[in-house]
Design a protein around this ligand. Structure first.
Ligand code: ZN
Ligand code: ZN
Length: 383
């Protein structure tokens, strides 16, 4: 079934790419939800049931999500240009925010009319056709849930798995409306306003979750830990790289990243050779993560025993203050009367005493050797 539909939407019959699958999911979702919206709106208006009308708008909001998927795919395939050298991937989030606000607004309006219905029930015209439409809607949504899950599994798309969950929730939503309609018909007691309120709250909740999920990547969020570990492993797999730090992953929309990091190399190694190695790793990262990569080279003195001992000493001082503190870019400037220790300290965001940390480190170092001066730069981790 999916292969048949795929053949219809994709111009290239043999193309089974992520793009074609995403387009298929978006188009099927859009058509199915617009269809459900129009028949339910009609049924709701004819039987003057706010619950059915609210359920119709719930489907309209899903049509909106399908539009986000399609716009996102279109934008992601729009190449970077002079004004937007980082591409147009974030347009997907902007579209999602606009649609989320529309969903919230629709939910609010429906909640108002549902509460109005509770206070002031309208005369109901029961129609068997409404019941049939609601049952058909449940069946279609069950099928959509399976359809999204199937495609989501094929292309590993979190967005499609979310769409599958949403379709399953819609089944619950429509079942409540169906139950309320049948209940009203059998008992002639109208619970229509209550069912409508339930659906309206459900719509507002889904609008809120879309907003929450899209604001975060727009603000710029920490990269997934799997990706961070994977990048570290990739870089450290090369002989000649002693360590890495200051890794930053910047995302300009799905599949469009900028990765920068500091790689530590031995200061006794030839600079041209080290730079050559760094360039090769940059290219490997670009290919592997479809990203722009920039690697800064940090020489580390691995031969001088005095430097090694001092580094170990400062690491112990930091560990004594807090186990979560780490240091990098450690350098030593030896002098006649005093010696400068220069380094960066990474503190976790939850660390409270950042302000006094420099003084604290200096105080503890002086306890051991008054000739050692510390020049510490405090920073947070970007991962
Ligand atoms: Zn560095
Ligand atoms: Zn270079």
């Amino acid at each position: 079934m999916i292969d048949l539909l795929l053949g219809m939407v994709s111009k290239n019959k043999t193309s089974n790419s992520r793009h074609s699958f995403g387009r298929l999911a978006g188009l099927v979702g859009l058509v199915a939800n617009l269809l459900l919206f129009s028949v339910k709106l009609l049924a709701g208006l004819l039987s003057s049931s706010v619950a059915i009308i609210a359920d119709a708008f719930n489907n309209l909001s899903d049509a909106g999500s399908s539009i986000v998927t399609l716009v996102g795919l279109r934008m992601a395939s729009t190449p970077p240009d002079k004004e937007h050298p980082f591409g147009h991937g974030r347009m997907e989030y902007v579209t999602a925010v606009v649609i989320a606000i529309m969903i919230l607004f629709a939910g609010f309006e429906l909640a108002k009319s549902s509460i109005g219905e509770i206070l002031n029930p309208a005369e109901k015209a029961f129609g068997l056709i409404s019941v049939i439409i609601l049952i058909a809607s449940i069946v279609i949504k069950l099928w959509l849930a399976l359809f999204y899950k199937n495609i989501g599994n094929r292309i590993h798309s979190a967005a499609l798995w979310a769409a599958a969950t949403d379709s399953r929730n819609d089944v619950i939503c429509t079942s409540v409306v169906l139950a309320s309609t049948v209940f009203g018909w059998l008992t002639e007691i109208s619970v229509d306003g209550y069912a409508g309120t339930f659906v309206a709250v459900f719509i507002m909740w889904s609008g809120f979750s879309v907003l929450r999920d899209t604001i975060s990547p727009l603000l710029g969020q920490a990269p997934e830990q799997d990706l961070v570990c994977d990048i570290k492993e990739t870089v450290l797999a090369h002989d000649g790289i002693i360590g890495i730090h200051d890794l930053i992953v910047h995302s300009y929309g799905p599949g469009n990243r900028i990765i920068s990091l500091h790689a530590e190399v031995s200061s006794s190694e030839d600079m041209m050779r080290s730079h050559d190695l760094i360039d090769r790793i940059e290219r490997e990262i670009m290919g592997k993560y479809n990203a722009v990569a920039c690697i800064h080279m940090d020489p580390v003195d691995t031969d001088d025993e005095r430097v090694k001992a001092l580094r170990l000493f400062v690491e112990e001082v930091l560990a004594a203050i807090d186990q979560s503190l780490t240091l990098h870019d450690f350098r030593v400037v030896f002098g006649e009367t005093h010696t400068n220790l220069i380094f960066d300290v990474v503190v976790p965001f939850h660390y409270k005493k950042t302000k006094d940390l420099c003084e604290e480190v200096q105080r503890r170092v002086w306890d051991t050797d008054p000739q050692l001066f510390t020049v510490a730069t405090i920073e947070n981790s970007y991962t």
